[in-house]
Design a protein around this ligand. Sequence first.
Ligand code: SF4
Length: 376
Amino acid sequence: MAGIYFHIPFCKTRCSYCDFFSSVSEEYIPKIIEAEIKELEFKKEYLNCETIETIYFGGGTPSFISENNIQQLLNSVYKNFKVCDNPEITIEVNPDDISSQKANSFFSFGINRVSMGTQSFNDDILKFLNRRHNSKQALKSIGILKQSGFKNISIDLIYGIPNLNNYEWEKTIDTALQLNIQHISAYHLSFEKGTKIHQQLKTKEIFALQDDDSVNQYNLLCKKLKNNSFEHYEISNFSLPEFNSKHNSSYWEGKKYGGIGPSSHSFNGNSRQWNVSDIEKYIKGVISNKGYFTKENLSLNQKYNEYILTRLRTNKGVSDKEILVNFGENILNHFLTEIKLLTNSNKVILTNNNNYSISEENWFISDGIIAQLCKI
Ligand code: SF4
C-alpha cells in the first residue's frame, strides 16, 4: 500500500510566516497540471505499482485552482494505479476559497477529508499572519463543508505567536472545540529565513514569545483537547477516535509515498527523492524526463534514523524487536544503550505494547531526544 501527494504550488498571496514552495503566478497552472499528470505515470515504477490507499492534495493552496484541475489529477491516479476500496482522499483548503459549489464538487469527486488552513480565530492574529480570511469566514466555510457532506474535517492552528496571550489562545481552542470537527493540527510559529516575520524579528519590529509561554500554550492545547476526547497521536496532531490522518500517519509508519509536483518528496523504503523547487525547471524536467529530482539511496544507518525520526513523533513509538529485525544487532545495541538513559530520566516511557515512546510532556523538546537516539 502506498500514498500519493500532489503539491499544488500556487497561492493568491503569501502569508507572512510561510516558507513552503509556492508561487502567485497563475499562468503556470495549466502546464503544472499537465506535468504532474505526466510525473504520476513515472512514479508507477518508483512505487512498484503498489495499491494506493491515500491521496493528498497539499500546497500551496489546492482550493485556489479549479475543481476541474483537481478532478483531472484525481482521475490520473485511478488511470495509472490500482486504488483500494474507500481510500482516504484529503484536500487542503483556505477558508476564503470555499463556496457551496466548490465544496459540493470536491465531495462529488470522492474527496472525503478536508484540512482547512484556519490558523486562528482571532482577527488581529490573522492580520499579523497576513492570512486572507477572517474568523467569520473560517466559521462559515466549516458550515459549508458540513452541508456538502464532509464528515472528516481538520483545521490547522498556530500558537507561540508574538502578542498571542494565553487567554486569546484558549479562546481559539474553545472555538475550535465548539465546531464539532474531527481533527486538529497545531504548530508552533517558526521564524523561517526569507519570510516577512523573520525580517521583522531581525529588525526588532516584533519579539518572539518567551519559551515558558510557548510551553504553556502547548500544554494548554494538549490538556483541553484531551478533555474533549481528542487523542494526541503525533507531536502536532490530535484526532477523535478513528479520525487520525491515514495519509500523514503513513509517513510516520515508513510506508511508501510518491510526491508529485515541484518541491515534493518521495520515499519507497530504499530511497528518497526530492523534486526541484522551481516551477519552470520542474515543467521542463518532467517533459524531457530528466533532471527534475535528486535521488538518494539510503544506507542502513539512514534507514534506522528515518525510523527513529518518524516513529518517535507518534504515540506508537519504536520497538526494539523491529529494530533487531530491520537493522541488526549493532544498531540495536546502540539503541538500547541510549534508550536506557532516556527511560531513566523519564523522557521516554514504555507503552502498553512494550514500545518506547516520548512522554507527552517531553514532546515539546523531542528534537534533542530523537537526536540522541539517531546513529551518525
Ligand atoms: S501558509 Fe498556505 S496559503 Fe499561506 S503562503 Fe503558505 S502555502 Fe500559501
